[in-house]
Ligand binder design. Structure first.
Ligand code: SF4
Ligand code: SF4
Length: 280
């Protein structure tokens, strides 16, 4: 993203809008500047603010006059009064920033918006997590910090060494050049994104050892790591995770339960029911 210095009147509205803190007012030139290293191309500033088309010269003059009287010309807080915020023509590898950070962008590898994965939420129909396995999600960068792919790679390398099975339908897996080592495409390592999700599964008995290595790598990367873990319930609604997590010293809090409404296959018991009288 860039800000046109010919149009910007340094009202400062866009500074508060940027989730990465990448926009600042340069008081020497009295213009807003985007720190392109920190900008993740989320488009929040461009899409989230109303763009007015006031003439920059007139707005600057009004602001200067009002300043003399210790008054301010302040546009509404969600408005860029002079339409000074302009998207860049993104090229590879910078395009990866937008793919992971702009909620309206679709990932080419999975065809899904946002972080590019349905996670285990659609397990009813995708069956990505089978019996006897635990599915883990490692979310990096959220909220409000972001993450560099060089740090994402530290996590994927650690997990590859622990012999996890990376999820196929996930854009981070698609970025790996070697799954056995967890190496990502070297061209993206110096790109930053708002957040991303690494997904993988392990056998139940491997959960505790994976939690140990994740805790170790979390201490080495300068961002936030959030861990999610899922398993199939048995007929009584129980999973082995309760005991495994308790033994490993983690509180067991059931967050989301997928009740199995979204079935891919017909339910045999329902098919066996006789058709209602008069029904087609
Ligand atoms: S909102 Fe527009 S005019 Fe105001 S500081 Fe940002 S880019 Fe400049
Ligand atoms: S695109 Fe996103 S990260 Fe970049 S300057 Fe705008 S709000 Fe900030």
């Amino acid at each position: 993203m860039q800000i046109d210095p010919k149009k910007c009147v340094a009202c400062g509205n866009c500074v508060a809008v940027c989730p990465m803190g990448a926009i600042y007012i340069d008081r020497k030139i009295n213009r807003a500047i985007v720190n392109t290293e920190e900008c993740v191309e989320c488009y929040t500033c461009f899409r989230g603010m109303s763009m007015e088309r006031l003439p920059p010269t007139i707005v600057r003059s009004i602001r200067s006059v009002l300043k003399v009287f210790r008054l301010r010309f302040d546009p509404e807080p969600d408005v860029c009064p002079t339409s000074a915020i302009i998207p860049d023509e993104l090229t590879w590898p910078r395009t990866v920033r937008r793919a992971f950070s702009d909620v309206t962008a679709t990932h080419e590898s999975t065809g899904i918006l946002g972080r590019g994965t349905e996670e285990v939420k659609t397990n009813d129909v995708t069956n990505r997590l089978g019996e006897g396995r635990a599915g883990l999600t490692v979310e990096l960068g959220r909220p409000g910090i972001g993450v560099w792919f060089r740090d994402v790679q530290q996590v994927t390398q650690t997990l590859a060494a622990a012999r996890v099975a990376f999820e196929e339908k996930n854009p981070i897996t698609a970025m790996m050049v070697e799954r056995d080592t967890g190496h990502l495409n070297p061209e993206i390592l110096n790109e930053k994104v708002m957040s991303c999700i690494i997904e993988f599964s392990v056998a139940m008995h491997e959960v505790e050892s994976v939690l140990v290595v994740l805790r170790e790598v979390a201490g080495r990367i300068p961002t936030i790591m959030a861990l999610g873990i899922a398993a199939r319930c048995d007929a009584t609604g129980h999973t082995e995770l309760e005991e495994i997590l308790s033994d490993a010293g983690y509180p067991y809090l059931r967050a989301k339960t997928n009740v199995g409404i979204g079935r891919a296959d017909p339910i045999p018991e329902l098919l066996a029911e006789p058709a209602l009288e008069g029904s087609a």
